[in-house]
Design a protein around this ligand. Sequence first.
Ligand code: CA
Length: 561
Amino acid sequence: MLVLCKRLLVLAIYALLLVLFSCSEREEKITKKPNIIYIMADDHTTQGFGIYGSRLANLNPTPTLDKIANEGIIFENCYVNNAICVPSRAAILSGQRAQTNGVLDLEGILPIAKQYLPQEMKKLGYQTAIVGKWHLHEEPASFDYYQVLPVQGKYFNPEFRIQGDKPWPNNVIKTEGHSSDMVTDISLDWLKNKRDPNKPFFLMHHFKAPHDDFEYAPRYEDYLADTFIPEPESLYDNKNNGSIATRGKNDSLTRIIGSSVSHRNLIRNQAHNIYWNDTTLHRKYGNARDIKPEQHVKFELTPDEKTYTSKVYQDYLKKYLRCVKGVDDNVKRLIDYLEKENLLEETIIVYTGDQGFMLGEHDYIDKRWMYDEAMRMPFFVRYPKTIASGTRTDAIINNTDFAPTMIELAGGKTPDYMQGKSFKSILETGKEPADWQKSTYYRYWMHLAHRHQNPAHFGVRTKDYKLIFFYGKYWVDTDNPDAEYNKKSWGNDYANHTPAAWEFYDLKKDPKEMNNAYNDPANKEIIAELKKELLKLRKDLNETDANYPHIQKVIDAHWND
Ligand code: CA
């Protein structure tokens, strides 16, 4: 009897332990924080995907990324607030706009104290790491671990600055191989060997590719080699895109504004970039840097020029897409590893580019413009536990919203000092709250910089409309000879102010922005509303020109044009 009682008691204790254990296991499942991998490629634009339905989608450039995106939520309306590397990265790390975080241009420095995103993630119990392109000048000291490329970094045999015994910036190590492979090798090594398995992790995995000069790994040499890459119509006919700010009166500035695919822009064009060492072409066209604006004659797209432009475009796009392929294949390596280690389902995968890119649309290369190809960012998130697969949303988000969202996904609250807003509820429901933002603000400061020759501008975009004001001035006061201005490092060949003008695009009717309809009387009312919204955003976001009276003067003079 006593033995039976003892046995029953032992069984009861076992049963109790089993119940307790399964409860705690369930509790752990509920309370366990997700890992987050934030993957960002450099200049990977929405046209360079399958999922965004561009003219290039049928080439199937991103099978891995498309699969991840389709298993989660895809954002149709994600926008950068300044389409260049450093300001975009500063906004992502700080959750703040340019005049608040202090990074207005490529030389802007985000202080270590303002590397808020990793700081907040650490407070929430995360182990943090950043690998790959950094470009924010100061040491990424707020991360538990870093191995980052110096400035732009190199495509082949890149050096990295690595956290360790040597002080920044002399903590350099050499690697051998292609940068996309190296960045992935380093992240995999961190996941395998340096990660603390008792903590959730937050890894920022940043590719250098497909930034120019588009040096792809040799194994992609044959990729698309025999394929004709679809061309945008606007490569050859820009119709009524632009204004006197971007084209000059009677197109008198088209040869010096906006770096081009064709020979149109004499200061910088892709033909010139690619065939820099082709002496025949140099003889024919001269060195663009030596040609004065008044010597320019109107660019004629003759049959010869058209053939040549097409050739350059094909070369440009093939190089770009080969770099994209290398990114896609390397993301697959990361995903395969997570799957093998049973980490995939407990890891939130975020993918984006630091801004868009012009792939020959309007005969433009590079980014910087507020036109959609440059301003729009790819953005999607996979996390089957809370995000339904096959979701798409047209809610407007921008890159200052990323940090608040990731902090809230990690169980925190958006800090008061951040200007972005968390869109966690949109991720989890696919629905846009009624009071969600209806517009986003954009500002490009680097007037005519880096031979890409984009006039400075700002504007507002809603789901349906876009209003841009080109003020055409340097952001430092050129009237004041003692001011530190026209940064020489920007390399302005033709440093000058350019005409001010407004542009308005009705995006539902004209998604490719081929008709600047600012002067159409039918749009008067909506333009007035957009100007109100623009004023409000500039004020609310601390983005006015109170500190730049020479620019404010231009705005005042042209506000009611
Ligand atoms: Ca970039």
